[in-house]
Design a binder for this molecule. Structure first.
Ligand SMILES: Nc1ncnc2c1ncn2[C@@H]1O[C@H](COP(=O)(O)OP(=O)(O)OP(=O)(O)O)[C@@H](O)[C@H]1O
Ligand SMILES: [Mg+2]
Length: 288
């Protein structure tokens, strides 16, 4: 597995995703020179902290996408249906403008353990935004469509939660989800510095501030590591590698802290926030 992350294909896909997925406050990129031909695959990730829409071409390479900060979904539960539909519709329209082609379908998913009626709400958001929902998969299965882990654990540290998935022979055999994520990093920073949450969030994601703030967030990283260690133990699987995904794992030092605490080699792919959204897109099986 440790080799798979380094495969040039995964690295290339994530690099390309970071180039073409626009962060909403950035200026809108120009349209493609010509609309793409062939089958498109679309992934929508309704996360606690970010909404992501990504479009892949026939060969699985990212063509365009968008992500924006939004608090319309919490840990897989749609808490603001109208807001979620509204934002997704806007993302779809802007990405269509860039592509010069209509998007008609998409795949999405849910954190493991979310009750079925709530999962249906995710599909309803897509359908109401004009996207036929072709597949709903659990997040670690989606992430692994890109990563290709055979035996090991995928730890997804998003905005709200840490999701653990243990894989054997490429299949998810154990999952758990606990309430520690990037929001807690920001809360710790806000408390220690006596600042508002939004300011702490901006400091936390500023590469120039991250080494200064490291001692503050280290205990939260250790909490992620302790959750991981507990579930690895509970699964009874011999886990020899951890792959850390989700936006929070972009914080430098995360892999080292988790590795030291658990004693299991850990690594973070390039642009870890895009792994799950790309995995959703890889599950979009529509034929047009
Ligand atoms: N460079 C960075 N350094 C540290 N944290 C980051 C960085 N980039 C993003 N984050 C944090 O990652 C979190 C968002 O990650 P992600 O997009 O994976 O979450 P999500 O899918 O919206 O949430 P969840 O999976 O919990 O529903 C936020 O807390 C954000 O502040
Ligand atoms: Mg997520």
């Amino acid at each position: 597995m440790l080799d798979s992350l380094a495969t040039s294909e995964v690295v290339h896909t994530l690099q390309r995703a970071a180039q073409v997925i626009r962060w909403l406050p950035d200026p809108e990129p120009p349209p493609l020179a010509a609309p793409p031909v062939g089958r498109l695959r679309v992934g929508v990730d309704l996360g606690t902290a970010y909404l992501v829409l990504v479009v892949l071409d026939e060969s699985g390479q990212p063509l365009a996408g968008e992500y924006q900060f939004a608090q319309v979904v919490r840990d897989g539960l749609v808490v603001d249906f109208v807001g979620a539909v509204d934002r997704l519709r806007g993302m779809k329209a802007r990405v269509e403008r860039r592509l010069g082609r209509e998007l008609t379908h998409a795949a999405s998913g849910y954190p493991p353990g979310v009750p079925l009626p709530e999962v249906r709400a995710v599909a309803n958001v897509l359908e109401s935004a004009g996207l036929r929902c072709t597949a709903l998969v659990d997040e670690p299965t989606a992430a692994n469509a890109l990563l290709g882990v055979q035996t090991g654990a995928i730890v997804d540290v998003g905005g709200g939660t840490t999701g653990i998935a243990i894989l054997q022979d490429g299949k998810v055999v154990y999952t758990a989800d606990e309430a520690t994520g990037g929001t807690h990093f920001s809360l710790v920073i806000a408390g220690a510095q006596g600042i508002e949450f939004e300011e702490a969030e901006a400091l936390k994601t500023n590469p120039d501030e991250q080494s200064r703030l490291f001692p503050l967030v280290r205990p939260v990283m250790e909490k992620v590591a302790s959750i991981t260690a507990r579930h690895v133990h509970a699964s009874g699987v011999l886990v020899e590698s951890l792959t850390l995904v989700g936006g929070t794992c972009a914080y430098p030092g995360m892999a080292q802290v988790v590795e030291q605490y658990t004693g299991i080699p850990a690594q973070v792919p390039l642009h870890p926030a895009f792994v799950t959204p790309l995995g959703f897109a890889l599950h979009d099986e529509a034929t047009i």
